[in-house]
Design a protein around this ligand. Structure first.
Ligand code: SF4
Length: 418
């Protein structure tokens, strides 16, 4: 789930506190529409939704696609003892390497064979954009079939966040989204999702992510937080995404040993999958990209709203909180005169409070100002008013920051340009 096209990478910023200045403004309603491309539509003229991946070939099986017992079974097939699978897993998940030269604990005569069998090349770096101070890197990767996907690596005091992609393209057809324009090419494999993290960890280990200032708290040496806000709708690729999540939280040598709390799964609102996620037994952070509290606007802004309405999505989000005890995030990109009206802030607060208190947190996302585009940022005072209204109704609200702004805005932009 990427954010609207002019939104910077989705990461938290300091809370905005309430103020009382509210200049009067002209009521207006800008309707969502594509700019420079045409949405694919179905027989009834509604935007086409694509839930199933086309039947195309998948990447070769990689070590990260397999559970540890599956890796051990594979090694037995190769006539190798099971413990070699553990050793190879440590190289990948702990040392972030697939280089046989660095695997001196493995028998030299079979090292190349093990590496060739278990580590087919999944991600080839095509482009790397880095911010001036070096603390944000955007990667463009080419997959085995030529598909292009992106990930964004961001250092913060005490944590390193990676925004990952989960599908090649996307079938959700949101009118603001660069990723959705070409539709869904295919689901990414579990290993393709995980390899984005391992490659990022390698870059960090090699000193490629700048601004390492231990005295300032910039001391995380590997990716600590994952947000599924890159290309694709993660819950439309449920099985592979969840396998990847299980591998992220599994201790070495099975996986990366990350904290589930640091993993955010974001969706436009695939209700059955949200309910399934609640039962998954991994208490990841759940984020609902709502962007509108009323069906009239959301039907056009997020086409999947045709299938699951605002109240359905909010009920599922609330159920996630009830089952897991984890507070839910509501993502809300503030778009000038489209969804930033005071009555919408009131309606959003009402709908959230109707379901209970203390279960939810709203993250308004400021878009980049884009002259001439309907997808442009709300005026600062309008944004403030929206936030104030939510806070006055007791909804914790945090404006996201603008990280990634100078390197091509939201996910999907780079791949689209390529
Ligand atoms: S089209 Fe897909 S990737 Fe783009 S915003 Fe919608 S759900 Fe996210």
């Amino acid at each position: 789930m990427t954010s609207p096209k002019n939104a910077p990478s989705p990461v938290a910023a300091p809370a905005v506190t309430a103020t009382t200045t509210r200049p009067a403004r002209r009521p207006a309603q800008v309707k969502p529409a594509t700019e420079g491309w045409k949405q694919a539509t179905g027989p009834e003229g509604r935007p086409l939704l694509q839930f199933k991946s086309p039947r195309v070939s998948q990447p070769p099986t990689h070590l990260a696609d397999l559970t540890l017992p599956e890796r051990e079974a594979k090694f037995k097939e190769l006539g190798l003892p099971a413990f070699r699978a553990k050793q190879l897993s440590v190289h990948y998940f702990q040392h972030f390497t697939t280089d046989p030269e660095r695997m001196s604990d493995l028998p030299k005569e079979r090292r190349a064979e093990m590496v060739d069998t278990m580590f087919p090349k999944l991600l080839t770096e095509v482009k790397r954009l880095t911010t001036d101070n070096g603390d944000t890197i955007k990667f463009l990767w080419r997959l085995f079939d030529g598909s292009l996907v992106e990930s964004v690596l961001m250092r913060y005091p005490g944590r390193v966040t990676l925004c990952v992609s989960s599908q090649c393209g996307c079938g959700m057809n949101c009118p603001f989204c660069a990723t959705g324009q070409a539709g869904l090419t295919r689901n990414m494999s579990t290993a393709e999702i995980l390899d984005q993290i391992v490659q990022a960890n390698r870059v960090i280990a090699e000193g490629g992510l700048g601004n390492l200032r231990r005295d300032g708290g910039h001391d995380a040496e590997r990716v600590t937080n994952i947000v599924f806000m890159g290309m694709g709708e993660p819950l439309a690729n449920y099985k592979r995404v969840m396998n990847a999540v299980h591998r992220m939280v599994a201790e070495a040598p099975e996986g990366l040993g990350m904290s589930a709390r640091g993993i955010t799964v974001s969706t436009v609102g695939l209700v059955p999958a949200i309910n399934k996620l609640a039962q998954e037994g991994v208490a990841v952070t759940f984020a609902l990209s709502l962007h509108a509290p009323d069906d009239e606007l959301r039907d056009d802004l997020i086409p999947v709203n045709d299938k699951w309405k605002v109240d359905d999505a909010l009920d599922a989000a609330y159920n996630y909180y009830k089952v897991t005890g984890r507070r839910v995030s509501i993502e809300y990109a503030l778009i000038k005169d489209m969804n930033d009206h005071p009555w919408r802030a009131e309606l959003l607060a009402k709908k959230l409070n109707q379901r209970g208190r203390g279960w939810v947190h709203v993250n308004p996302i400021p878009l980049n100002p884009t002259p001439g585009s309907i997808w442009t940022s709300s005026e600062p005072h309008v944004m403030q008013e929206f936030i104030d209204t939510l806070i006055e109704h007791g909804i914790p609200t945090t404006l996201r920051d603008t990280r990634g702004k100078e390197i091509d805005g939201a996910c999907g932009q780079l791949a689209a340009a390529e």
